[in-house]
Design a protein around this ligand. Structure first.
Ligand SMILES: Nc1ncnc2c1ncn2[C@@H]1O[C@H](COP(=O)(O)OP(=O)(O)OP(=O)(O)O)[C@@H](O)[C@H]1O
Ligand SMILES: O=P(O)(O)OC[C@H]1O[C@](O)(CO)[C@@H](O)[C@@H]1O
Ligand SMILES: [Mg+2]
Length: 358
């Protein structure tokens, strides 16, 4: 029997979301004859009356494979269970969102999201008898169980390219150039791009650093005639006394940011090196998706639709040992995937003589 599938993107955007939407529409409509409805702005579209959604077909999604962002829009604000109101209070709007799902007459909802969104949507689904299937996406690569998540590889490519570019200007001016990258509480982008981009120092939240060791490494390089150094640092790396550097904007939202400048000042004051800082920011989320992200997105999209056909709900598609495997969402979100401090990439960095600060 024909089914009606909803799809939404939630959490920070990243490259490859549209490729996943495209794969879902192709497979759902082409193979199974299902209807697909794209819900706008993550769960916020479910709050509108009528719910804000559009029927997706091969014509209105043309050209999506290589575009950045998400045609459906997204949000990482507006938690259904503590929805922020204009007067500064928050209220529970979960029942309204659940009602929105049922008003659309959906048989299933595909959630393309990170750890935060999947946890929220699962709670909503349990409460409201919704059939959800997860598709992991996040530049942070911090979702447990899956080896790949949509958007990560593009972010690593962009950070690697930034290091490639910084290397020339660092060498020209005999400077220490510091690149601060995203990643939330996991250092996956920094360790991967740091190795690929030839960083001299990689600082990640999983490995506590000693600033004197970082400085010694830079001085040793100077002593052998290498008058510049490249440092890549994850946004969640702590200060020397263990504090996180965050900023609160005028709307009261707190985000990581500033550890790059902090480390730069520490290096300059200890060894007098001239430093400059680049905060890569949202460029890591934008732009044309890398081939790997298009591939992962297409594979996940097709596999998620197959789960709908099997009526296998509350599962997330994952990439494990060169294939797609579905796992209970509960298992995927209970483990926050940080960088393994004894793992292959850390060993690789050490083997290459890269300083990890310890
Ligand atoms: N309307 C919403 N739908 C889903 N999640 C929401 C919504 N509003 C707020 N959130 C919040 O956004 C958070 C999403 O966190 P986060 O920014 O980590 O996104 P994510 O889904 O994990 O993806 P990513 O980490 O890649 O941005 C959730 O923890 C939840 O509190
Ligand atoms: O979109 P915002 O609110 O600036 O969020 C930034 C955060 O989102 C991410 O890009 C993805 O989770 C993090 O790496 C970063 O800390
Ligand atoms: Mg997340």
């Amino acid at each position: 029997m024909g089914k009606r599938i909803g799809i939404l993107t939630s959490g920070g955007d990243c490259a490859g979301l549209n490729a996943a939407i495209r794969a879902v529409v192709y497979h759902a409509t082409g193979t199974y004859g299902y209807e697909v409805f794209g819900i706008y702005q993550a769960t916020l579209g479910l709050l509108e009356r009528p719910p804000k959604a559009i029927e997706l077909n091969r014509t209105n999604i043309r050209g999506l494979l290589l575009t950045g962002g998400t045609i459906l829009g997204t949000t990482n604000k507006g938690d259904p269970f503590a929805y922020p109101m204009p007067d500064g209070t928050s209220i529970d709007r979960s029942e309204e969102m659940i009602e929105g799902y049922h008003q659309l007459g959906l048989d299933a909802l595909l959630v393309i999201g990170g750890d935060g969104s999947l946890a929220i949507l699962r709670k909503l689904a349990k409460q409201g008898n919704m059939n959800i299937i997860g598709i992991p996406k996040t530049i942070d690569n911090d979702i447990g169980i899956t080896e790949r998540s949509i958007g990560f590889q593009t972010a690593v490519n962009i950070a690697t390219e930034a290091l490639d570019r910084l290397q020339f200007t660092a060498a020209s001016h005999n400077r220490v150039l510091i690149l601060e990258v995203m990643g939330r509480d996991a250092g996956h982008i920094a360790i991967s791009a740091g190795i690929a981009g030839g960083a001299d120092v990689i600082l990640i939240p999983e490995i506590p650093y000693n600033i004197n060791k970082v400085c010694d490494h830079i001085v040793k390089r100077r002593d052998i005639g290498k008058n510049y150094s490249l440092v890549i640092i994850s946004e969640a790396v702590k200060t020397i006394d263990g504090g996180a550097i965050t900023n609160v904007d005028v709307l009261g939202e707190r985000r990581y940011g500033g550890i790059g400048h902090y480390i730069a000042d520490s290096i300059t004051s200890k060894i007098g090196a001239e430093t400059r800082v680049t905060v890569l920011g949202h460029t890591q989320r934008g732009g044309i998706p890398a081939a790997t992200d298009r591939l992962v997105a297409s594979t996940f999209g097709v596999a998620a639709v197959d789960l709908v056909a099997e009526d296998k709900y509350d599962y997330m598609v994952t990439w494990q040992n060169r294939q797609v495997v579905s796992v209970p969402i509960e298992d995927a979100i209970k483990h926050y995937q940080t960088v393994d401090a004894e793992g292959t990439l850390v060993k690789t960095a050490r083997g290459l003589g890269i300083c990890l600060g310890d």
